[in-house]
Design a protein around this ligand. Structure first.
Ligand SMILES: Cc1cc2nc3c(=O)[nH]c(=O)nc-3n(C[C@H](O)[C@H](O)[C@H](O)COP(=O)(O)O)c2cc1C
Ligand code: SF4
Length: 417
């Protein structure tokens, strides 16, 4: 068990529901107060802390914030707090939205102070009804609080706080698709550039951050950059909510130091493999990444260490599979999800994901032939980078890595006559 276990986001003191007075009493209002006093320092504190985007990309948060802070302040500026959370195996933002709404709102207000943002949109998957109602109650309490009035004074404009159900599509979580949704349109991802910080909602500067990313902000301001850095293991900073599902005894969402080894997550927190079966592989960060296999069992789960194994930490979702589970069937299910989720505006993605899905189903049901397998391998070379957003690349990555690691399962499934 990790001696350094320090829960921040899911700490019981953070879990005060929608009661703003209780939240401010427990936190001593310190994060926001410090931000109000020194709003010019917010971004450098976040930079030194090493906060990275926890919605999948791991992009350094301060870089995005600097980009929007540098945009002129005589225009509207938007912050979208991304709570779309629709990727298979990812169940973390919904816990934060439901249990700790004020932690998120305080973080979003601090972000707003750093770049003079006057529209904050809490963008939430419509299936998460309880999260939406909790956030609505929490927002209503902030809107009449004197701290909120002081934030508006500091920004120099009234700040609009809005809770907006997303369209419910997986693709609606992609940042430019979220912008389209906020504008009342279908969530078609946009071509980049221009980047959201240059021209986002209604062509105004916009920043999009994940719910978990923003939940860290008030704590960092309150406790300092060094404190946040020290929460992680090795070179990693902060904590991470890992969602552990699949063939483990105790699936769940665990907030642990960033850099906790996969083996510890599974054996200690997950209670070990279900029915004492042998570990086979894990679909990481949602199923849109390269698989980790038995040789990676000890990999520290932080952005850099997982990248060194040519995979990605992504959202921190870990879908564990044990020996005896057919990889072809699993990959077929995930690629089918991506094919169903494609918005269809890029022909290679629309037809490519559908075609891969068909080939995988054919092989999985024993009808595949050698040429079908060759087609799959070819598609892995042709399709990457052919879409406007990362959906197509995610679908190909999981396919390609399953072919690399478990190619024998594909070959065994082929029809012999
Ligand atoms: C297909 C697709 C779906 C996505 N869905 C989500 C989502 O549900 N929530 C999220 O925070 N980020 C999602 N992202 C990533 C966002 O585009 C964006 O990188 C993220 O919200 C930025 O926040 P962060 O920097 O705090 O991680 C998705 C990306 C893609 C390509
Ligand atoms: S890559 Fe796929 S999901 Fe992304 S914009 Fe193109 S068609 Fe839509």
């Amino acid at each position: 068990m990790n001696a350094k276990l320090n829960q921040v986001l899911l700490h019981k003191k953070s879990c005060v529901g929608a009661n703003l007075s209780a939240w401010l009493h427990q936190q001593g209002q310190k994060g926001l107060e410090k931000a109000l006093k020194n709003h010019e320092d917010i971004i450098s504190v976040i930079k030194t802390a090493g906060l990275r985007g926890l919605g999948g990309s791991g992009f350094p948060t301060h870089v995005k914030w600097t980009a929007i802070a540098q945009q002129p302040n005589n225009t509207d500026k938007y912050l979208i707090c991304n709570g779309n959370e629709d990727e298979p195996g990812t169940y973390k933002d919904r816990i934060l939205l439901r249990k700790t709404p004020h932690q998120l709102i305080e973080g979003a207000l601090i972000m707003a102070l750093s770049a003079k943002i006057n529209h904050i949109i809490f963008y939430i998957n419509p299936d998460l009804g309880e999260c939406i109602s909790t956030m609505n109650q929490a927002v209503a309490q902030w809107q009449v609080h004197e701290l909120f009035a002081r934030c508006c004074d500091s920004v120099g404009k009234p700040i609009n706080l809005t809770v907006l159900p997303s369209s419910g599509h997986y693709i609606g979580g992609e940042e430019t698709a979220a912008i389209e949704t906020v504008e009342g349109k279908y969530p078609f991802p946009r071509r980049k550039p221009p980047y959201p910080s240059q021209a986002g909602v209604n062509q105004c500067p916009t920043v999009i951050n994940n719910v978990e990313t923003l939940c860290n902000v008030a704590h960092i301001l309150k406790n300092g950059s060094q404190w946040y850095q020290n929460l992680g293991l090795g070179h990693a900073c902060g904590t991470k909510i890992y969602t552990l599902t699949g063939d483990v005894l105790h699936p769940g969402s665990y907030e642990l130091p960033m850099g906790t080894p996969l083996s510890e997550l599974i054996n200690v927190y997950g209670g070990g493999m279900l029915l004492n079966k042998k570990f086979k592989a894990v679909f990481t960060g949602g199923p849109s990444n390269t698989l980790l296999t038995a040789k990676d069992f000890d990999v520290p789960l932080d952005f850099e260490s997982v990248a060194k194994r040519r995979s990605s930490l992504g959202t921190g979702a870990m879908i564990v599979v044990s020996e005896g589970t057919g990889i072809v069937k699993r990959v077929a299910e995930y690629v089918n999800f991506f094919a169903q989720s494609s918005c269809g505006q890029c022909p290679p993605c629309k037809t490519g994901t559908y075609y891969i899905s068909r080939l995988l189903n054919k092989i999985d049901t024993g009808e595949g032939r050698t040429e079908d397998l060759e087609q799959l391998v070819n598609l892995c070379h042709i399709l990457p980078g052919s879409g406007r957003c990362g959906l197509i690349d995610g679908a190909v990555k999981v396919l390609e890595s399953s072919l690399d690691h478990f190619g024998h399962e594909y070959r065994q499934a082929l029809r012999v006559t």
